[in-house]
Design a binder for this molecule. Structure first.
Ligand code: CAA
Length: 383
């Protein structure tokens, strides 16, 4: 039987996040963006409200909620500010996710509570300067020497990985040669402050300007052998599984952002007068807004269905890629219409639609470009 109602708990959670985003984030989002400033204050408040570790089991400090609840949190944050949504999405999907899903009991007990409860952040070290879409082509390597991993290499575009709250990073590294032309890839935990591990925040971004994005450098970084995450040689699959789930959160950012841009456009079009009436009453504009409403509704259904599949324990990889692809591209069209409807004012940074327009672009690139989503979907449908 189909049921489109959210539970009372999910509705309450959505309202809590919406109230927080309206009251705490909205007044400062444009200023943070202009100054390209990561907000420690908002990050700590979001952690205190339980937005970190939403699906992580309670025994490790998380909320133990279903995946759709997590997606509602990200959607509501993104409706107001993609940057705060990015902090939360990267923390849950990419920071906490691999540790919770593949970590040993000892690793989970050590690393998860500070991330879920104290607002500490954790990076996902996959992308490298020469390996983005071609994620298995990384150069960072790790060898065992005297019972310890010695890591050398670098990573780039890593969210949450270079600020005062960062506690560490999971790094994908080449740990051997399988002899059949393939490399052995493993994931290793590296704590902040380990000798030889340095990070640098990336500046002058067009998009997500108040989210923290890092370059990471590993120069003979030495960590205990037990910092291996899961089994040796399973690192790439761990990363791919992490991205399957992570794409749902990026899709939530697309959906929330589209919703936010649409609401701005609708309100402005109703208020703005031209030729003696509100511009929303011109059919050319009314039809644009109607198209936005249709696409947002379709995007929401696609995303929530993919979350439902995941929450049922069913395969969801194809639907996650579809939702990520579609919501990012809906956000693209909606943000474009929203700026167009604002006319010249849409080009001014004091109007939030300008920020929505810039923040949107990341979603067609980050956590797998739109082209990679099409490739994943094409493989799923047997092309
Ligand atoms: N789940 C589990 N296993 C998977 C998998 C999945 N979703 N996808 C692939 N695998 C397995 C395959 O089964 C295969 O296993 P075997 O070797 O045992 O056969 C192995 O992984 C290799 O798979 P492929 O041959 O399909 O790998 P590929 O090299 O062709 O790459 C790809 C596939 C889909 C293009 C992949 O490289 C990819 O997703 N690329 C995009 C990466 C991406 O999204 N990067 C952004 C990361 S975000 C970030 O880093 C920064 C941040 O903080 C936001």
């Amino acid at each position: 039987m189909l049921n489109y109602d959210l539970s009372d708990e999910q509705n309450m959670l959505r309202q809590t996040v919406r109230d927080f985003a309206e009251k705490e984030i909205k007044p400062v989002r444009l200023e943070l963006d202009r100054k390209e400033e990561f907000s420690y204050d908002l990050t700590k408040k979001m952690a205190a409200l339980g937005f970190f570790g939403v699906t992580c089991p309670q025994e490790y400090g998380g909320q133990g909620l279903d995946y759709l609840s997590y997606i509602l949190v990200v959607e509501e944050l993104a409706r107001v500010d993609g940057c705060q949504a990015a902090t939360v999405a990267a923390e849950n999907s990419l920071g906490i996710g691999p540790l919770a899903n593949f970590g040993s009991e000892a690793q989970k007990q050590k690393y998860l509570p500070p991330l879920c409860q104290e607002g500490k952040l954790w990076g996902f070290g996959l992308t490298e300067p020469g390996a983005g879409s071609d994620a298995s082509n990384s150069k960072t390597n790790a060898v065992i020497k005297d019972g310890q991993w010695v890591i050398n290499g670098s990573k780039i575009f890593i969210t949450n990985a270079a600020n005062d709250l960062t506690a560490g990073c999971t790094v994908q590294a080449i740990t051997g040669d399988l002899g059949n032309g393939k490399k052995e890839i493993s994931c290793i935990i590296v704590e902040q402050g380990t000798k030889g591990f340095t990070s640098k925040a990336m500046k002058n971004k067009m998009t997500w300007r108040s989210s923290n994005t890092a370059e990471l450098y590993y120069d003979d970084v030495t960590v205990p052998e037990e910092n291996l995450l899961g089994n040796r040689g399973e690192g790439f699959k761990q990363m791919m599984k992490t991205l399957d789930s992570g794409r749902l959160a990026i899709a939530a950012m697309g959906l929330g952002g589209a919703q936010g841009a649409y609401e701005e456009a609708l309100a402005y079009a109703k208020e703005r007068q031209a030729f003696g009436k509100s511009v929303s009453s011109f059919q050319v504009n009314a039809f644009k807004l109607a198209d936005c409403a249709v696409e947002i509704e379709a995007a929401r259904n696609l995303l929530y269905k993919a979350c439902w599949l995941k929450d049922q324990g069913r395969p969801f990889g194809k639907e996650a890629a579809m939702a990520k692809l579609y919501t990012s591209e809906v956000f693209h069209r909606v943000a474009n219409h929203a700026v167009q409807l604002h006319g010249g004012y849409g080009l001014m940074e004091e109007y939030p639609v300008a920020k929505f327009y810039r923040d949107q672009k990341l979603l067609e690139i980050g956590e797998g470009t739109s082209e990679i989503q099409r490739l994943v979907i094409a493989r799923h449908i047997g092309c």
